[in-house]
Design a protein around this ligand. Structure first.
Ligand code: ZN
Length: 362
């Protein structure tokens, strides 16, 4: 007699339709035993629930329902038994360990893809004499804003954009790596007992500042409350836009290959004058237009400009003698572009499969 499945409740029909797939997904005996418990176990299983159902079914349905339940239960038990035999056979088939084999190599760690990109940037500037400077992630308003010519009423200073500490409202989590500029400029601008500053002693300064920064952003595919920037700065005498352009064009060739092409667009940042943004010719399509460059053939990669005289003045450096340039780029954004990763969050989840794909685990 055909089992009358239409008499069975929907959750059982669902369990039945998923049965075959779940069964073949059982990769070992433990998984199979769990599935056995769920389907034909003595208590709480689908079969047990069916038996309850049979008890309360109207008298005229009992015969057909009972037959349907029995057919289903038998089919489940039969299939579970077959799969169990299969799994037991493969278990037995595994040969005994060969004690003469070398032990398995433990997985090797590697640098995170974001760290590797920052290292590559540092390496790109090293031949030009740049060294690395670091600063604290907990900063003062002076270093994060005032020293960078960011006015007191600038929206970035609001508590909706910036993380302040409730116990110490004068402290914040730095919103960019630019406070490192202020710290380094102050260090180089301070005159020693003989009245000579480090800047005068060395004839200039140049450095990169890679690091973590924080902003009150909701987490989404292109935003994160914590991300990385690499900042760069050069101060010397007689520095102009041509030096900025030459330096960045050189570094982009080191980063993206000798064919890398750049263009500059005017832009505004309070700490530079004039300010600009730099695009690189899309490294993925070579300029013909693709999803990453949104068809334009160019991707924005950094903001830059000549250091604002007020920034130099704040650090005790005479802007009529000294001039320089600064630039800063978002590391995640560049990493997403270079790797064509659609989601920033992938870089923070530390899924080994993603890291391995990024070359993070060789
Ligand atoms: Zn493109």
């Amino acid at each position: 007699m055909e089992p009358q499945l239409e008499l069975l409740p929907p959750e059982i029909l669902e369990a039945q339709s998923a049965f075959a797939e779940r069964l073949s997904a059982c990769a070992d005996l433990d998984a199979l035993l769990r599935m056995k418990g769920a389907y034909v176990g003595r208590e709480g299983s689908h079969a047990a629930r069916l038996m309850e159902l049979l008890k309360t079914a109207p008298k005229e349905q009992k015969r057909d329902l009972g037959a349907a339940i029995n057919a289903l239960k038998n089919a489940w038990e039969e299939a579970l038994k077959t799969r169990q035999a299969e799994l037991e056979a493969t278990k037995k088939a595994i040969p005994a360990e060969d004690a003469t084999l070398p032990p398995p190599r433990p997985p090797e760690g590697a640098l995170h893809p974001l760290q590797r990109l920052m290292d590559r940037l540092v390496e790109a500037f090293r031949p030009l004499g740049y060294h690395v400077e670091e600063g604290p992630e907990v900063e003062t308003e002076e270093h994060n804003f005032d020293g960078l010519n960011i006015p007191a009423d600038h929206p970035a200073r609001g508590s909706s954009d910036t993380f302040y500490f409730s116990a110490r409202p004068d402290l914040l989590l730095r919103t960019h790596t630019s406070p490192v500029q202020v710290r380094v400029l102050k260090r180089y601008g301070t005159k020693n007992a003989a009245g000579v500053s480090l800047l005068e002693e060395k004839g200039g300064l140049r450095f990169l500042a890679p690091g973590r920064v924080y902003r009150k952003d909701e987490i989404d595919p292109t935003h994160s409350p914590m991300f990385h920037q690499v900042e760069g700065m050069l101060v010397a005498k007689g520095i102009g836009m041509q030096h900025l352009k030459g330096t960045l064009a050189y570094a982009m060739k080191a980063l993206f290959g000798p064919g890398a092409d750049v263009r500059f667009r005017p832009s505004y940042f309070p700490f530079v004058e004039p300010g600009c943004e730099m695009d690189v010719r899309c490294p993925l399509c070579g300029g013909s237009g693709c999803r990453v460059c949104k068809g334009s053939g160019w991707v924005e990669i950094l903001g830059a400009g000549l250091i604002h005289p007020k920034v130099l003045e704040h650090a005790g450096i005479d802007p009529t003698v000294w001039s320089g340039f600064a630039f800063g780029m978002g590391v995640e954004r560049t990493a997403m572009m270079v790797s064509q990763s659609p989601d920033l969050r992938l870089f923070f989840e530390n899924d080994q499969r993603f890291l391995a794909q990024m070359g993070g685990l060789d």
